[in-house]
Design a protein around this ligand. Sequence first.
Ligand SMILES: *Cc1c(COP(=O)(O)O)cnc(C)c1O
Length: 507
Amino acid sequence: MAKTSLDKSVKRRERSERLQPKADSELMARLRALERAQRPLDPGASRRKRLRGEVVAASERFLRKIDTAKAFEESENKGERLLSHPISEEGIPLETAIELLENDVFLPGGQPASGGYLAYIPGGGLYHSALGDFMAAVTNKYSGLFFAGPGAVRMENMLVRWAADLVGYPASASGHISSGGSIANLVAITTARDAHGLKGAEFATTVVYLTSQAHHSIDKALRIAGLAEVQVRHVPIDGHYRMRTDALAEMIAADRTQGLRPWLIIAAGGTTDTGAIDPLDEIATIAQRERCWFHVDAAYGGFFLLTEEGKAKLKGIERSDSAVLDPHKSLFLPYGAGMVVVRDAAPLIASQHYSGSYMQDALCEAGDISPSDVSPELTKHFRALRMWLPLILVGTRPFRAALEEKLLLARYFYEEVQKLGFEVGPPPDLTVVTYRWEPPGATTEEVDRMNQAIVDGTRHDGRVFLSSTMLDGRFTLRMVALHFRTHLRTIQLALRVLREQAEAFTE
Ligand SMILES: *Cc1c(COP(=O)(O)O)cnc(C)c1O
């Protein structure tokens, strides 16, 4: 039987080759050759096993050392060796690639996967999210349109709903998972622009209110949204770096008498510099009265809503029109996950929806709102999976514990760093502590120089990574507890490093 069918197929091929012009058999040969040549793109099971084994082994080597690895590595070549392997016709062995990654990419600079990373706003890097990313990439599920990936879209919308519930928004809320807080702020600002029907001619008489402590991504978003001409009012702040609501009300009243159009109030749910939370509830009352759009930038502080303390301190966020929360900050996800939630889906959809004629098949199916209708993106990374997998597997309780721990660690650091002789800023609202070495009698320049030396010294030491900022024109040190691997022993190590650095000035 097998023989007959083989004979038949041989005969058939001979017949077709006789019938077809020579050019066609050349085409067949060429197609077969090209198929062979691209085989490396789709490794078989045993090759996959070997690739995966090497990658898993490298990630295990990384994680085994993460508790003792430097939080900042001042390397000589800063990853330059990477350039000695330009992209070329031939590939390089995986072992070579991993060796390059380990020495020239993973090592130099800051180590955001380390608990000793106490600089800027620390990130995270949950292992479950890495596995989620792996599956998202292998399946390459399309998550921009309900039609193409109904499960993936339901997953994203379910996470948006979960965040909207945390914020305290009604059922009308919507939003999406963005690449980060900057894009999330941009979407909120364009939504606020369109919700108020702002047109170019009105921009110069339109006013936005925020404090000097607002994140620079807000300025950038205003510019990108074409709103560079709007009037930006910096509302004065109090001794805790929080917006003064009396000043806000006065500014709005003054602007109204001048015939200007108060439009948008942006408050912080934890500023980047000091972690200060603006008085959201009082601001909400003013925004309501003045019919301004009220946006809360809680990119850093948002997921502290999981804790009782955070919920109390962020009270009033539920009265906002839009909010930004970064899962790659206070939810410990790897970089590449922000979130915008908007109280009412309608203005968000009106601002962000899109339909191309080539998408007509996708539009006829009813279902959940598609992320592409509530965000600037169409095709996008299946980000929901990296957020869903850790939450669904471990539940929210460990997240709450980690965040409560960070709040206490910041308070502990605040007390202990004073015992070392440092001056401190206001008690932390969340988990940012500002402090400064400020011996009596030293001039401002001397103080700035000493603190610069301290932060440089700690970076050179590398066991922990701390950063600095300018507050009220003065060089100030910052410590931020936010990483899920930051624990009491990490904070004690930071205090030890700081004591060693300060000793240089006490001898
Ligand atoms: C980090 C941060 C941003 C910007 O978010 P990215 O995810 O870095 O783009 C915006 N606002 C605040 C308050 C932040 O802390």
